[in-house]
Design a protein around this ligand. Structure first.
Ligand code: C2O
Ligand code: CU
Ligand code: CU
Length: 480
């Protein structure tokens, strides 16, 4: 996109943002300077120009040659409302093909909508068009490339942005009055201003970079009012790194997961976010005013086969000590304390499944290809329909991890509800689209297939594993 076009778009977004804030938010919020990296829909529509680029990009106060959307990491945040028409004029200025996926959105997986089978060659353009359904839940979604074989590379190099649907959750008075902070968690590896290629071992395990950023910055500071609320909207946009989050001296009150609001806040001491997952938490400004650190605690996502064949996927990897991610600083004080909301939404229970399926996650060595990752013993084949399902039905899927590394399993288009993990009934009813399936465990979830016919995919959201074959095709078929 040209510079002139970009600044006009930003100006429109800013005015739309201010208009949007006028609806139901306290006067205080309206004086906040709008973020220039936010594109907000207006009058039931949004038009976005988005260019995939390769070149010097600002990251953590320096410049690095990255892949990006519009020269920024993360890419611009797109904000829509249910019922909006989305037009996204995409151009590919990368030296290689790419495409777009709208992770978590319930929109058609076909045509020029959320169709990951499209391929946009270097130098070409494509206009994406879709409508956000009128009954689409509010939530924290995101966009990233999804061209099989190049996904991990392109995301690792910087391509990811938030796609937010504003709705009912945003209108709950305590949530609307909270200070809102987005946090895109993403690691990088930069040496001499560029991203060195991963070693084959690193790639197989899932690449983790040593530069861990939040919204492209290192250890940002956020403020919370004494007796106020902070609404933290988190996305794990890393290809492979997990974030086991703990905020010093403060519990986290989970109010939304991947697919939107919970019924009520759910208190957590720690929050584990695997790649692809999102969470919204409220933090109460209830401590002595001061500075508190948001930590990423060590997490072991599998020993990579140390027990079988002497570590063919490398050692345990990952951080061995806590890493500071951000800091929360108390500033100001509310006259009347802002309580937690009592209710945050409705999560209706899904009906009895008409069918059960089992998916086994594994890996194997393939002659000439090296390590591959498999679902039910097979690597991804774009010409094969693995799972035909009926629209209008509920199914129960069991995902069993027989491998040596954790795999976060993700399904496109239709969100699901976890029924059990490791044989234990899930207490929390929540909408998810990505669920961690730890080594030697299995997870069961129910999913209702609704509205959109066509082919979509499910895969491991350690994107290196997806590129190495751990993906299958689900076909949503119209009922007879
Ligand atoms: Cu976020 Cu199919 O991916
Ligand atoms: Cu997705
Ligand atoms: Cu995996």
């Amino acid at each position: 996109m040209t510079k002139a076009k970009h600044s006009r778009r930003t100006f429109l977004a800013m005015s739309a943002g201010l208009a949007g804030l006028g609806l139901g938010l306290p006067a205080r919020a309206q004086t906040r300077a709008p973020d220039p990296d936010v594109l907000v829909s207006r009058g039931g529509a949004i038009e976005v120009d988005l260019e995939a680029r390769f070149g010097p990009t600002r990251l953590a106060g320096r410049s690095a040659r990255l892949f990006s959307y519009g020269g920024r990491v993360p890419g611009p945040r797109i904000e829509v409302r249910p019922g909006d028409e989305v037009t996204l004029r995409f151009s590919n200025a990368l030296p290689e093909p790419t495409n777009l996926h709208f992770h978590g959105l319930h929109v058609p997986p076909t045509g020029n909508a959320d169709n990951i089978f499209l391929e946009i060659p270097a130098g070409e353009r494509l206009t994406y068009r879709f409508k956000i359904p009128e009954n689409h839940p509010a939530g924290t979604f995101w966009y990233h490339p999804h061209l099989h074989g190049l996904v991990a590379k392109q995301v690792f190099l910087g391509m990811a942005g938030l796609f937010v649907v504003r709705g009912e959750l945003d209108r709950i008075p305590e949530v609307a009055a909270a200070r809102e902070q987005f946090a895109v968690l993403k690691d990088f590896e930069v040496a001499g201003g560029r991203v060195p290629p991963p070693s084959p071992m690193e790639f197989v395990r899932g690449r983790e970079g040593s530069l861990v950023t939040v919204n492209g910055e290192v250890e940002p500071e956020w403020t919370v009012e004494r007796d106020g609320l902070l609404r933290l909207r988190l996305l794990n946009a890393s290809t492979a790194r997990f974030y086991r989050l703990k905020l010093e001296d403060h519990p986290l009150y989970l109010i939304a997961t991947d697919g939107g609001a919970l019924e009520e806040p759910y208190e957590l001491d720690e929050l584990l976010l695997a790649p692809g997952e999102r969470a919204e938490v409220l933090v109460r400004g209830e401590r002595e005013p001061g500075r508190y650190t948001l930590w990423a605690l060590p997490y072991n996502r599998g020993n990579g086969g140390m027990g079988m064949g002497g570590g063919m996927m490398g050692g345990a990897g990952g951080d061995t000590r806590p890493r500071p991610l951000a800091h929360l600083v108390y500033a100001g004080r509310r006259k009347t304390p802002l309580p937690l909301p009592e209710r945050t939404g409705r999560v209706p229970e899904l009906g009895a499944p008409v069918r059960r399926r089992r998916f086994v996650l594994g890996h194997s060595m393939q002659p000439g290809r090296g390590m591959v990752f498999t679902i039910n013993g097979q690597v991804f084949n774009p010409g094969r329909i693995d799972t035909p399902v009926r629209l209008g039905t509920v199914e129960e899927w069991e995902i069993a991890n027989m491998g040596v590394l954790d795999h976060p399993f993700h399904l496109h288009t239709n969100p699901f509800q976890i029924v059990s993990r490791g044989g234990r009934r899930e207490r929390l009813r929540a909408w998810k689209d990505t669920v961690l399936v730890p080594v030697r465990q299995s997870v069961r979830f129910r999913v209702a297939f609704e509205d959109f016919p066509g082919n979509a995919v499910y895969h491991c959201h350690i994107l290196e594993h997806e590129d190495l074959g751990m993906m299958g095709i689900v076909r949503f078929e119209e009922g007879a």
